[in-house]
Design a protein around this ligand. Structure first.
Ligand code: GLN
Length: 544
């Protein structure tokens, strides 16, 4: 049984991208370090039922959970900051999901002829889902997507207002993240946007208990008191949240500001001081690395940063494991395709990440060939593995037209193909392999230790997936004859098929591709073994 059952709601004001996700995750981090059991929830006010169908260019990365839930990238922050929290589909839901359940229930006659309305039916469904996600945790931190004042977020805000009423004021805390901009021409920090945003919250019955004010310089006591006066709280409930170089430092900064102390005081929780020693060591390492390693991530030019959030964080974690700073360079695959290898040549390691569609694929294949033939450490993830197999098939195994059914549905030499049983499914979403699958790791091949085993040090692992195509077993004998080693396999009992999970070249300094997405499991205090091993070999390969 949990010792407590408390809820912290995190809302955002003034504008989007204000760092609510990191703020919520940092609060979770500090409370976990105080020995409390934490659950985290993201509620998003859009109508998509989940993030699976949303373009990563618009909304950032789709973060995948063990149970196959396709969620918002904030779940990634939560997993990295709150080490022991477990996440399932229950921890992330949208307006679309809430309406979907309510409408289904209505169709099934679940409302016994009543008029189904936003209040109480939608708000009840929201509260139900919040309480369900709380499970056995002491504290559940719920972040509400969007900005206060948006029409879309109103049902969520109404639901949390009711929840405080039902659970009691000492069990529910409202944290509002807002902006206090510095206006150069006036030479001052401006509090008006914050005042307005809090006014908007209070109009709908929510009085924030804590204000986290994003600012580019610390707020003075006078400013805090002024904000407090206008927003109906005391100055010691107002905190500066200044821009910080590494996101992992945010919890430490909040702690120094006294945020967690104030939260537990307000919630009436007694707890010892948080143990932040390991976290502090990790942040010190990030801030004072012993060197740098340059990693080239080859992708389509529009695959911007946010769509590879977990990947770029995992590369940082791999750096931490090796006491170096990972410098990530995004390399446009179309440039490589046109024959420009200059950027690639300066890299200590090359990574081809996951992706969909044909655009830029030939450039990625060229980059893989460069890494393979020049002994540059190479890491291929999902599409990256598939392209590494295509490159190997074409240039080593003599399968000249090797390709993937994703790009050439009618191709005859598709070393990457869709599985027989999936061909019948017409609903595209239905053909994705999603979530955690077990994988057997091969220890040695002809007496040589595999890179995979070298990294994991164990033969049974589990990793998360999000893809439609697989390495075709038809071409596998030819590929392995020429030296490709399958170092990870998944045995599907239902269809009695084995699927390639990892493939590598054990004689290359480090050349490995995986069908899964290891970046979803990496944490700063627990860097993923494949990222650690890849950065270790890139460090060894360091130019100059
Ligand atoms: N497009 C490939 C597939 O669907 C790879 C997907 C990915 O990289 N996530 O199988």
């Amino acid at each position: 049984m949990a010792k407590h059952r408390k809820f912290i709601f995190v809302t955002g004001g003034v504008l989007s991208s204000i760092g609510k996700g990191i703020a919520a995750a940092s609060i979770g981090n500090l409370l976990e370090a105080r020995g409390l059991k934490i659950s985290m929830v993201k509620m998003d006010p859009y109508l998509n039922v989940d993030a699976g169908t949303m373009s990563p260019f618009q909304h950032g990365e789709v973060f995948v959970l063990d149970d196959g839930g396709e969620t918002d990238l904030d779940l990634g922050h939560y997993s990295r900051f709150v080490g022991s929290a477990q996440f399932t589909r229950k921890n992330s839901f949208t307006t679309g999901r809430v309406y979907d359940s309510v409408i289904r229930r209505e169709r099934e006659g679940g409302y016994l002829g009543k008029t189904v309305q936003v209040i109480p039916h939608i708000t009840d469904e929201i509260k139900l889902r919040i309480r369900e996600a709380a499970g056995e945790s002491d504290i559940t931190i719920i972040e509400i997507g969007g900005t206060v004042g948006d029409i879309e977020s109103l049902p969520f805000l109404e639901a949390i207002r009711q929840l405080r009423h039902e659970e009691g004021a000492t069990n529910v805390l409202f944290v509002h993240v807002t902006l206090v901009p510095y206006i150069g021409s006036a030479g001052e920090l401006k509090t008006k946007p914050t005042q307005h945003s809090v006014k908007e919250l209070r109009e709908i019955g929510i009085q924030p208990d804590i204000l986290l004010c994003r600012c580019d310089r610390p707020l003075s006591k006078e400013i805090k008191d002024k904000i407090g006066l206008f927003c109906n709280l005391t100055g010691d409930q107002v905190f500066s949240a200044i821009d910080i170089k590494t996101i992992y430092e945010v919890p430490l900064y909040f702690h120094d500001e006294g945020v967690d102390e104030k939260i537990i005081e307000k919630l009436g929780i007694w707890s010892g001081k948080p143990d932040l020693s390991k976290w502090r060591d990790m942040v010190n390492l990030i801030k004072n690395p012993e060197g740098t390693v340059n990693i080239g991530v080859v992708g389509k030019y529009m695959d911007w940063h946010e769509s590879y959030k977990s990947l770029s964080e995992s590369l940082i974690h791999g750096g931490v494991a090796n006491r170096v700073q990972t410098m990530v360079h995004y390399i446009d695959s179309e440039k490589v395709e046109s024959g420009d290898l200059t950027e690639l040549k300066g890299m200590d390691g090359i990574l081809v990440p996951g992706g969909f569609g044909e655009r830029g694929v030939e450039g990625k294949i060229k980059a893989i060939e460069y890494a393979r033939t020049n002994n540059v450490p190479f890491f291929g993830i999902c599409l990256g593995l598939q392209l590494a197999v295509i490159e190997f098939a074409r240039n080593v195994a003599g399968i000249k037209n090797a390709s993937s059914a994703e790009f050439k549905p009618e191709g005859r030499e598709n070393v990457i193909d869709i599985m027989e049983h999936q061909k019948k499914i017409t609903d595209k979403g239905g053909t994705m392999r999603l979530g955690a699958y077990p994988c057997d790791v091969l220890e040695k091949q002809s007496g040589v230790k595999t890179h995979a085993y070298g990294a994991y040090g164990e033969t049974k692992i589990s990793e998360r997936h999000r893809h439609r195509f697989e390495v075709s077993n038809e071409f596998l004998p030819k590929l392995t004859e020429h030296g490709l080693v399958v170092s990870g396999k998944y045995k599907d009992k239902a269809t009695d098929t084995e699927l390639v999970e990892m493939a590598e070249l054990p004689k290359h300094p480090w050349f490995l591709g995986c069908q899964f997405h290891p970046e979803f499991l990496s944490k700063p205090l627990k860097p993923h073994p494949l990222f650690s091993a890849f950065i270790a070999s890139s460090k060894k390969n360091k130019k100059s």
